[in-house]
Design a protein around this ligand. Sequence first.
Ligand SMILES: *Cc1c(COP(=O)(O)O)cnc(C)c1O
Length: 375
Amino acid sequence: MNRGGAVSAFDAVSLANAPTHALRAYDPGHDLPALRRRFGHDLVELGSNENPLGPSPLALEAARAALGDVLRYPDPQGTALKAALARHHGVRATQIVLGNGSHELLMLIAQCFTDAHTSVVYSRFGFAVFPIAAAAAGARAIRVPALPPCHAGMPRGHDLDTLAAAITLDTRIVFLANPNNPTGTWFDDAAFAAFMERVPSTTLVVVDEAYAEYVTVPGLTSALRCLPEHPNLIVTRTFSKAHALAGLRVGYAISSPSVVAVIERLRESFNVNLVALAAAEAALGDRERIAAARAWNHAEREWLTARLRERGLRVLPSQTNFVLIDFGRDAAPIEHALFERAVIVRPMGGYGLPDCLRVSVGSRKDNERFLDALA
Ligand SMILES: *Cc1c(COP(=O)(O)O)cnc(C)c1O
């Protein structure tokens, strides 16, 4: 009601709950839809770690077929996709929860297991969603230092010792990404198994394995190997990266049945749409496609890294489909100059890495366009 004719100052923020006060809306950076309209195929998109090879033709065919059923709600249990994932990973379907992208699952996990009386531990230069998930749940976020920039093996990577030491009695979640975004760095199976031995069973360990399908280094398979002994472990995966279905939004988490049952309490019943369910199942079945994407990405990433290092640039080691370049000076003017040449890369100021740019491994043509523009 507008009393006395004065325009009352309506302030929705003052009505928002406490956790929301600490949040800011997602900053998309550049307006990509507008840039695509302006530049068409001349736009070089290396900012979002998408797979330039595109999805399996079988996934596209399944998606098209599923369109005929869109008058129906999707299967709220995602039964067929979960059965395929269970077979693929050698787990039971009751150990899997599906998400509208793995981002949704990271948020849900924090909502289910943390609140204002508990804390979340994560690493500096860890995936940006981790502190957001903690903040949205109102949990105390404990950010621990990363390995130093001069570290011989994994500069700026996760320091598992420091992370384990930061866990307190009220810590409900440790968030890790392996390999990590935006650094590209990783830790191996043996280091992770040793870490798990140090974590109390009252703390959940979430390992975000969004880039797992790209890994080629020996000694790193998956945190899933620790699941039989550690019911407090949650592994998240996504169809957005190597499977090249980012636009359909499908991710999943694998844990013990009791953890999954808790997450199911808060999960929206139809969170994964039926086109996405069908496409993801078909993509998972196309093993040759994933193997080819892994091999191609490995070769192309090594090629791109070699070209950059030839120019004297510092490139962090990576097991992902992107590289982090440390220019040793403010990278904003470089990012701007690339943008002027219709080459989109990811600035890292928000991560506290203003000297760095993250560049996805694109098609050879796009990588060459990037290298030319950089010169
Ligand atoms: C890209 C990415 C994801 C994927 O998120 P979706 O919501 O599944 O698209 C998750 N974690 C990390 C570390 C990523 O880089």
